[in-house]
Design a protein around this ligand. Structure first.
Ligand SMILES: NC(=O)c1ccc[n+]([C@@H]2O[C@H](COP(=O)([O-])OP(=O)(O)OC[C@H]3O[C@@H](n4cnc5c(N)ncnc54)[C@H](OP(=O)(O)O)[C@@H]3O)[C@@H](O)[C@H]2O)c1
Length: 328
């Protein structure tokens, strides 16, 4: 028997129950992995609250790292004993060991620790799919300004560093002055405390009235409207999350009025839908981390037994960088 976290109905952190489960043998296309560290992500909150519906009772968690114990028929890229890290469906990474589809599971380079692997797969691949693949019509060139909201968070701190490595001038927003400093220390060119300042006005000031080519927005409801005001004509509004609540419905005419803007709503899971795409993206992420250009900041560690507190802190905006759940 192994420990796992289960949600039985949508709700608050009190809905996270630790239970004993039996872990079986992997079927075709599956692996059994024993975790060494588990990554916490905001999407776990959406699964728990029901914003992103999952069939209950359900496991929870999309990211972890550990050692492969067994592989099912047809799995050729992994073998028992391999160090591995993953992002992938179905939710269920908050556990000691599990059976899961092999598609999102990658061999972890020796130079990358289990904790770092668990802290970077979902968040790092998201930063990558945004900065490398979610681009305005004119593309992004070195020296271009972009806006990245919640820049001191898990995805955010990785994006700050990666943007700098690409030569982009990232304008960070964050909820406290300390978080703004953290974003600047990690490569942001500017930082705006959006709880105190009008971020659209500041972005216009920084860009001498021009606006930016892209806004990467995971905050959602609270930042949507002002984010449109940060964009230059033909700019791209890249929405990828809803930490403050979902973006309300809007009339497309607003995009014309604000300069023929483009809007996209991205999910990493479209980008990593095949094994080949997943591996190619993971290889690029591993390379940028191994080069030292992107460092993974694990600012919080909670034992698996304290998972409820971990969720409370993430939702209360108390965390920075990546958070992991540790195992005995
Ligand atoms: N589409 C995708 O494929 C994809 C993949 C990964 C992540 N995401 C999204 O990217 C975002 C970041 O994920 P993460 O796991 O790295 O989380 P995170 O950024 O570490 O935490 C979320 C941050 O959002 C900010 N925030 C603003 N308003 C908030 C509110 N009302 N309640 C809670 N937080 C609020 C907070 O930073 P401040 O205090 O600085 O405002 C908070 O720290 C999430 O929205 C997530 O859903 C999307």
């Amino acid at each position: 028997m192994t420990l796992a976290v289960q949600i039985r109905q949508p709700g608050g952190p009190e809905q996270l129950h630790i239970i004993d489960v039996q872990v079986g043998e992997p079927g075709p296309g599956e692996v059994r992995i024993r975790h060494h560290a588990i990554g916490l992500n905001f999407v776990d909150v959406y699964h728990r609250t029901g914003l992103y519906p999952v069939k209950m009772p359900a496991g929870i968690g999309m990211e972890a790292a550990g050692v492969i114990e067994a592989v099912g028929a047809g799995v050729t890229h992994l073998k028992a004993g391999d160090r591995a890290a993953y992002v992938g469906f179905p939710p269920g990474s908050y556990c000691e060991a599990r059976v899961m589809p092999a598609l999102g599971v990658c061999r972890l380079p020796d130079a990358i620790s289990f904790e770092t692997g668990a802290a970077m797969m979902l968040k790092g691949l998201t930063a990558q799919c945004l900065l490398r693949r979610t681009l305005p019509v004119e593309g992004l060139q070195a020296g271009d300004h972009i806006v990245f909201h919640a820049a001191a968070g898990g995805v955010g701190l990785i994006a700050c560093q990666w943007a700098k490595a690409l030569g982009l001038r990232l304008i960070a927003t964050a909820g406290t002055d300390e978080k703004c400093k953290l974003a600047l220390d990690n490569g942001a060119a500017h930082a705006i405390n959006y709880t105190k300042e009008d971020f659209a006005a500041r972005v216009k000031e920084i860009t001498h009235g021009k606006g930016v080519k892209v806004v990467y927005d995971s905050v959602g409801k609270d930042t949507w409207e002002k984010s449109l005001d940060c964009l230059r004509p033909f700019g791209l509004m890249a929405s990828f999350g809803n930490a403050s609540g979902p973006v309300p419905p809007f009339a497309p005419g607003i995009l014309a009025a604000k300069g023929s803007l483009y809007v996209t709503r991205q999910t990493l899971f479209t980008h990593i839908a095949t094994r080949e795409a997943m591996q190619a993206m993971a290889d690029e992420l591993f390379a940028v981390v191994e080069s030292g250009k992107v460092k993974i900041h694990i600012a919080q560690r909670y034992p698996l037994a304290e998972v409820q507190q971990a969720h409370r802190d993430l939702e209360a905006r108390k965390t920075t960088g990546s958070t992991i759940l540790t195992l005995p």
